[in-house]
Design a protein. Structure first.
Length: 80
């Protein structure tokens, strides 16, 4: 009888302990997600800072659109 009574008294504490452990794991997961989002924000801020950089715009125009400036020559390599 004493063992059953002890188990009944300990059960709520065990449940609370499990709930605390689960919440700590969730907090850790959210903190990792937060760090990832903050890193992405910094990356986007750096990219946004380049929007007025004419050299970067020229680089993107050449790389993404294949544009060239007057007087430049573009070579297209074709592999056999």
């Amino acid at each position: 009888m004493g063992l059953l009574l002890g188990a009944l008294v300990a059960w709520p504490f065990a449940q609370r302990g499990y709930e605390i452990w689960r919440m700590r794991a969730e907090i850790a997961r959210i903190e990792r997600q937060k760090a990832s989002v903050l890193q992405e924000i910094e990356r986007l801020k750096a990219q946004l800072a380049l929007k007025d950089d004419l050299d970067y715009i020229e680089y993107l125009a050449k790389r993404e659109l294949g544009l060239i400036l007057p007087g430049e020559e573009k070579y297209i390599l074709i592999e056999p």
